[in-house]
Design a protein around this ligand. Structure first.
Ligand code: TRP
Length: 333
């Protein structure tokens, strides 16, 4: 069945940082949802290389990491015929809108944001102007494409609220209604815990499992996963409710097997080693089609680059139209 753009409910936009190969947290928290939204919405997905610059001092891997993320997105099921997949810096209009939005943004609002304070604490030697403006650039991303829905993790809620405020401020200041307030759509799987069983899965903490890893690498990482910390011996009963491996079984294993593990773990019928072996097997099986598609795409880099170019061209057309309205609203001569 063919879905035409006009039959869709509205426009979705989301940005993903070019952190290189995606991990399970990226996949469950964002990418899986991106793929599903294509059925109902007209979608734009952007690899935000400019946002990456706010924290990167060494950019030697930025190009490769952007490409790897594009491969993961395409292999996961982003359909570039209908969906616009592109790289943020390929649409320079976003930097112009960023500047215009900055004029209606009180500085204190930015420095008060918890996300800014965290970053400033993490990189005290590099609290740069761009870092303060991170949410303004994100707002520009969203606004530029007249986005109605933004799928993001709950950690991005303050940025979405900021975006809505900046829309209102701009429209009020210039007595216009060209900018549209977006709605936030939180992902069902808000936080994926890493193999340490404690922190949010992330590459920087090295507690991640790459979705493009080989089955053997995947197995090794899974076997390192921390389970219920109170279960020390094989004969101790476990508590699946606090076990990260169990929470992922619920995503990648069949309902029957999940129920068996739930029951057997609680009465020490199954140990953590076997539970993890089973999880690794199911995870590898689930990722097999993705990995095959990824290998196919990796064999034709020209196609991937052409896809990003095409996406940028389509994105620029929308962006320029919005900017014409925005410039007129601000009465730029
Ligand atoms: N700030 C987002 C993150 O850290 C990435 C991002 C940039 C984004 N621009 C966006 C997300 C626009 C949604 C919409 O994950």
């Amino acid at each position: 069945c063919e879905v035409t753009v006009s039959a869709k409910k509205g426009r979705v936009f989301s940005g993903i940082r070019p952190t290189g190969r995606a991990h399970l947290g990226n996949y469950l928290g964002a990418i899986k949802n991106y793929v599903a939204l294509q059925d109902e919405y007209e979608c734009l997905y952007c690899i935000v290389d400019l946002h990456a610059l706010t924290t990167l001092e060494d950019t030697s891997e930025l190009r490769q990491n952007t490409y790897e993320m594009a491969l993961d997105l395409l292999a996961a099921g982003i359909r570039p015929q209908e969906t616009i997949l592109f790289v943020q810096s390929h649409v320079p209009q976003v930097t112009e809108l960023h500047l215009l939005l900055s004029m209606v943004t009180p500085l204190g609002k930015l420095t008060d944001l918890p996300t800014f304070k965290d970053k400033a604490r993490q990189q005290p030697h590099n609290v740069n102007y761009g870092l303060v403006g991170y949410p303004v650039l994100m707002a520009a991303d969203i606004i530029l494409y007249k986005t109605s829905v933004v799928p993001v993790g709950i950690d991005q809620a303050p940025h979405l609220e900021f975006t809505r405020e900046v829309v209102r401020s701009f429209n009020y200041r210039y007595r216009t209604d060209v900018l549209i307030e977006p709605q936030m759509k939180t992902t069902e799987f808000p936080k994926v815990i890493g193999i340490d069983g404690k922190e949010k899965m992330s590459k920087s903490l090295d507690n991640h499992i790459e979705i493009a890893a080989t089955p053997e690498e995947t197995r090794q990482r899974v076997m390192m996963m921390v389970t219920d910390p109170a279960r020390i011996r094989r004969t101790d009963p476990g508590n699946p409710d606090v076990c990260n491996v169990f929470s992922l079984h619920k995503v990648f294993s069949g309902a029957e097997e999940v129920e068996t593990i739930n029951v057997e773990c609680r009465r020490a019928g199954i140990g953590c080693v076997e539970c993890k072996q089973r999880f690794a097997e199911n995870l590898n099986r689930a990722l097999e089609p993705f990995r095959a598609r990824r290998a196919e795409l990796a064999a034709q880099p020209d196609f991937v680059y052409a896809t990003l170019e095409d996406g940028a061209k389509r994105a620029r057309a929308i962006a320029e139209k919005t900017m014409e309205e925005v410039r007129a609203a601000a009465q730029l001569p």
